[in-house]
Design a protein around this ligand. Structure first.
Ligand code: FPP
Length: 246
């Protein structure tokens, strides 16, 4: 299959990219900084990638910010991450709106500290008209729990298709499956991220730590993605624009 990377974004269907933003802690401790400083630098990386993604043909970006297993971290780190999230929601909305970014949050909301669930609802409402990029942030997220909850809701509802079940899992209508999952920091695991939506995702693992990940790294990941032949179990390559119609 020819590389599509030289094509203009509008010439191919806009991709869904998921990122497991790993390595904040190691990036910081190697520099003699606190882990919190690593997470703060991680937020700066989020800003860079959200800005760069639309020009690189990405229409949906799902970022793994806090897994349901991250509650096991020391209380001080969890508190710091929640404070960062609160800060992000309070301060980023204007920029997201300006850039046409629609923000939605996936994962449980009932265990978040006071006020955060309301801030999420507000941010989602204020950015709901954005069409340049759909930014999904996964917080208190577990893909297995999302599938389990969808199964519980589907029980007894009669005929179910893959598409309608996917809508129950994602909370969206017709969300594109994730095309590419990137994990930074050299780890090679999915860690309970987008297990249903990523059934045919290409995987890209990079040694770069999340705080240093930039637009060029995203471009490298996408270039490698476009060099791959996606056959979805068949024998012939399927172009990104056709994937949505599978
Ligand atoms: C993994 O690095 C990163 C996380 C568990 C949190 C990701 C959070 C951010 C990028 C910032 C907060 C997000 C928002 C939306 C405000 P790690 O801490 O596991 O790093 P390590 O493996 O090197 O210890």
């Amino acid at each position: 299959m020819q590389s599509n990377v030289a094509l203009k974004p509008e010439a191919v269907a806009r991709l869904h990219v998921g990122i497991i933003m790993d390595g904040n802690g190691r990036w910081a401790t190697r520099r003699g900084l606190s882990r919190l400083r690593g997470h703060e630098a991680g937020v700066e990386a989020i800003r860079r990638i959200v800005e760069a993604a639309p020009d690189q043909g990405v229409g949906t970006l799902t970022l793994y910010a806090f897994s349901s297993d991250n509650w096991r971290r020391p209380k001080a780190e969890v508190t710091a991450l929640m404070a960062l999230l609160r800060f992000y929601l309070a301060n980023e909305i204007a920029a997201l709106m300006r850039n046409g970014v629609r923000l939605t949050v996936i994962g449980r909301r009932d265990r978040l500290p006071d006020g955060i669930a309301a801030a999420i609802t507000r941010a989602e409402a204020e950015t709901c008209d954005g069409t340049t990029l759909h930014l999904r942030i996964a917080i208190d997220y577990s893909a297995r729990d999302a599938i389990l909850n969808a199964a519980a809701r589907a029980a007894g509802t009669g005929q179910l298709s893959r598409e309608s079940f996917a809508d129950l899992i994602t909370g969206e209508t017709g969300l594109r499956d994730v095309d590419l999952i990137i994990r930074t920091s050299g780890e090679k695991r999915l860690s309970d991220f987008l297990l249903w939506e990523g059934a045919y995702a290409e995987l890209h693992f990079t040694e770069r730590m999340w705080p240093e990940f930039d637009a060029d790294d995203l471009a490298d990941a996408l270039a490698s993605f476009h060099r791959r032949e996606r056959r979805f179990g068949g024998l012939t390559a399927i172009a990104p624009a056709e994937v949505a119609n599978l």
